[in-house]
Design a protein around this ligand. Sequence first.
Ligand code: SAM
Length: 511
Amino acid sequence: MPPMVVIPIRSETLRILKVQHHNVASVICNRVNNQKEEQYLVKWSSKKPTSYPVFSWHTPLELVNCLELVQDYLEAKQTHSSRKRKSPDTDTEIDRRASPANRLLSSSRASSTSSTERSSSSSGRTINAEIKTYNGVLEESKGAITAKSVTQPDIPRISVADIPTLDMVQTARSSSTYTAENMIRNEILQRLRALPGAKVHLSNVHDRSAPSLRFKFIAESVLQEGVFKADPATQIGCQQCRPHMGRNIGCEYTKKCDCLEYASVDEARLSDEQKKEYRTIREEGGSTIGLPKKFPYYADASDRTGCLVPFYLRSRNPIYECNDSCACGPFCRNKNVQRGRHVELEIFKTKKRGWGLRAKQDLREGEFIDTYRGEIITDEEATRREESGGKAKASYLYSLDKFAESEGLSQEELYVVDGEYMGGPIKFMNHSCEPNCRQYTVSYNKHDCKVYDIALFACRNIPAMEELTFDYLDKDEEEDDDDEAVESSQPSQESVPCLCGAKKCRKWLWT
Ligand SMILES: C[S@@+](CC[C@H](N)C(=O)[O-])C[C@H]1O[C@@H](n2cnc3c(N)ncnc32)[C@H](O)[C@@H]1O
């Protein structure tokens, strides 16, 4: 039987120190000690495989550098207890990866309890909570707590395989976890406060959970291995525009702008001659430079300024914004998405779909909300992640395939945005089959057909606090009327039921 060394707690010195993240394999159990302090049983990680893992109890403050492991443990415990209750309200939200804590809590272990634990459990929960056990000597080193295994023959023993004991699990069920939950929430609030742009709030009236601490808020997507943006030298800007000329909107002469070569042609403004020219270009290919282009945003409509114009709102045409090489200056009205979010948002807990997103203010039709950001990964890496994450992973992967057909890019050449662990508040936007927002392709470099922004805009006026949703199946116009086909496809075992509640709900997020 592997030994468990019991050493006295050195509370005064330990309390001010922090357990470092790399020291911890997982959090196993929780309790409240006789000083009414929450404590969490931590299993230490070991560089080499060992049959003598180190365990020790710590307050949330000592675990401040590994709060995400405490959160994993609390979530697994919550999932486990709600499954046990068979509550009709059980959140079907996320198919979370089973953490070690989950496995331990789920295993029925009425197995042999050691003499140490037996004596404490027979005396009741309060006394059990007083056990100050470690199976290693904890040392202070460079401001951190480190553990050193010892095996002394005269020290009481407990089987490592029995941890957590049944008694520990029972104690954990009725012990408060408020301190840790508050610390996790405060950490998330601090991260939200650090976000650039308008404020992002957090609201949860259902339980005490917070969004995952494993999620890193980022201001720009992160290019991962094997992903490259087009050479910045290929980013061509308009040269004839000036910040203050003509209509005072920056990029005024869209028909002369090199940056807008691929932008949608404004057919209503074509002369007969240009109509002919444009027809030939469409049939045989060629450049549309010189033809007037559709400006994407209302430039001077008092109540709609900055909003996407109906032409783009109702189509799937990519939006080309001016870029850093353009001469139109920083205030150009054709620089909107790249300036970032100005809408105040709230991440809130829904009843059945995990976290959701809503705006704290009324949104106008065509108003930009934020971009879907994350790690940009290769198609190969996305497949690997999808295979290890199952169907639920699909909801975080967004293929950058807008130009695949026009540029003849194969599936393998495409990049994918993974927003699960890094991104912005849009990560929390749920799917609806009748959404109030829509995703659009926004490019700043006409020569880069593999890396661009996915921007979310309100597709109708949305009152403050209404949940913001988009359709995860980013359908092109011709597919828009194909809902019946989606509805009739057969769900597989891994299909995620859609809980959007819309009249025209297709029933499944994916089949
Ligand atoms: C991009 S995330 C959205 C945020 C998510 N609710 C969360 O808590 O992190 C996508 C996941 O949310 C859930 N979800 C989103 N829309 C849903 C819907 N209409 N019905 C059921 N689950 C939904 C699914 O679990 C899906 O895998």
